[in-house]
Design a protein around this ligand. Sequence first.
Ligand SMILES: [Zn+2]
Length: 82
Amino acid sequence: MNLRCPDCGRVNNIPANAGNIQFRCYNCGALLPQNNPPSADTSEAVGLIGGAVLGGAIGGPVGAIVGAIIGAVLGRETKGAA
Ligand SMILES: [Zn+2]
């Protein structure tokens, strides 16, 4: 699997069966994110909740609904990028 370095953006090729070992970026040595990406369902749920909270802060019930939709889309895109 590939992990993108949060520091320099270099994509590091990490063995998928490495378990919970934390790797460092080959390029700059920064710690890479843990090798256990959240499931699709989790990321979508987080997007829904986050979007609803954000929307609620902006525009009441209607904003919460719009925010939830945006959050679901963001959650899907996060899954796709990982
Ligand atoms: Zn790096």
